[in-house]
Ligand binder design. Structure first.
Ligand SMILES: *Cc1c(COP(=O)(O)O)cnc(C)c1O
Length: 382
């Protein structure tokens, strides 16, 4: 019997709907108490000394680079195996993203290559916890400390990611989370910057709202304020924050379901010799289980479109993380002259893997169905 297994589906219930209606019935749509409350809840959940709500993960990363004053002539090392947003945030301030290839065992940035990319212009390293598996931040931080570099964590897939008990976003100098619909929790669009640095949090907080010196509640005379720095309009509104507050309460349940699905899928996939699996949770490395990317073996990788199409026909939604290494994408290729030989490991993952769903909308029984469907699709393509 055919099922429908979407790759991702937000878990929106009556709690979120009621919270949204309450906001709409009230006087404040922006600058209200909900964004502040959500920041406090997210800080409590992650253990972050400072959490600043923003309009997206991309906006959060942009604000951090902007607040640090990086610009033309500065280089920031980013992974090749990531969403374009990681590199775009660097481009926004006029700095240059320098791409680092991936580790074939995890898909995370290859730390062995980092030091070779550092020049006198390098200012920062930005890592991504690929598919939610934490990067070895002790090694990244040690390299950063040797060269006095700032460390940013792109935490778009890292709600629930911890390393030796510390939540992602607090392992480096700053982190930026995404609440886009298919991520671990959603506010439709939205993000959160976490950091241990009070001054940076304060600056990001001002710069997300035009650089004004006083937000609405702090103004003695309504409408009167000064602008002390350049800033964007990157706020999270009260409707988004109300959804986020309710979503955060569901995160423990969401993570537990993801873990169970992941483990069920993982053991089933081990019986398929044509696919390779990435390392996941072990020891102090706790994954958030964003999805299950499988590497297709020789011969099968070329048939990926047919395989994904066939899985789709059987009701199994799939995706690709990510469609190409960022330096292979036209904008970066044309601007910096990269060619296809750049970042071969990221390329092998981008062009030779399929992402299978493990989201909380699915059950272990769905996982067994995915394994059977994949077996069937592979035998048909052989
Ligand atoms: C989804 C994603 C982003 C973008 O997040 P937004 O909240 O949509 O800006 C950034 N980085 C990575 C690694 C992502 O997967």
């Amino acid at each position: 019997m055919t099922r429908t297994i979407p790759f991702g589906k937000p878990m929106i219930g009556d709690e979120e709907k009621n919270a949204v209606l309450q906001v709409l019935d009230g006087p404040m749509l922006v600058h209200g108490p909900r964004a502040k409350a959500f920041e406090a809840s997210f800080a409590a959940y992650t253990g972050a000394p400072h959490a600043v709500s923003v309009s997206s993960c991309t906006a959060g990363m942009h604000l951090v680079w902007f607040a640090l004053g990086y610009g033309p002539g500065d280089e920031i090392i980013v992974p090749a195996q990531t969403h374009a947003a990681t590199a775009h945030a660097v481009e926004f301030v006029g700095a240059t993203p320098v791409f680092c290839d991936a580790d074939p065992k995890t898909g995370n940035i290859d730390i062995d290559l980092l030091e070779g990319l550092i020049t006198e212009r390098t200012r920062a390293i930005c890592i991504v916890h690929y598919l939610g598996l934490p990067v070895d931040m002790d090694r990244v931080n040690a390299i950063a400390a040797r060269h006095s570099l700032f460390v940013m964590e792109d935490c778009a897939l890292a709600v629930g990611t911890t390393l030796n008990g510390t939540h992602a976003g607090l392992l480096g100098d700053a982190g930026s989370f995404s609440f886009y619909p298919v991520k671990h929790m959603t506010t439709a669009e939205g993000g959160m910057v976490t950091t241990r640095h009070a001054e940076l949090a304060e600056k990001v907080n001002r710069m997300k709202a035009f650089g004004v010196d006083r937000v609405v509640g702090e103004r003695k005379v309504p409408g009167v304020y000064d602008v002390t720095m350049l800033g964007y309009n990157y706020r999270m509104n009260e409707i988004q924050a109300a959804i986020g507050e309710e979503q955060l309460k569901k995160v423990p349940m969401i993570l537990e379901r993801r873990r169970e699905n992941y483990e069920t899928l993982h053991s089933g996939l081990q019986t398929i010799e044509e696919v390779g699996l990435f390392l996941s949770t072990q020891g102090g490395y706790q994954s958030s289980y964003y999805c299950m990317s499988v590497m297709l073996g020789d011969g099968l990788a070329q048939k990926r479109p047919q395989l994904m199409q066939r899985l789709g026909e059987m009701g199994v939604g799939t995706s690709v993380y990510y469609p190409a290494p960022v330096p292979h994408m036209t904008y970066y290729r044309e601007k910096y002259g990269y060619d296809r030989s750049c970042c071969p490991v990221a390329a092998s993952i981008s062009y030779g893997s399929v992402a299978l769903p493990v989201g909380p909308h699915l059950t272990p029984d769905d996982m067994r169905y995915i394994v059977d469907s994949l077996k069937k699709a592979i035998s048909e393509e052989k």
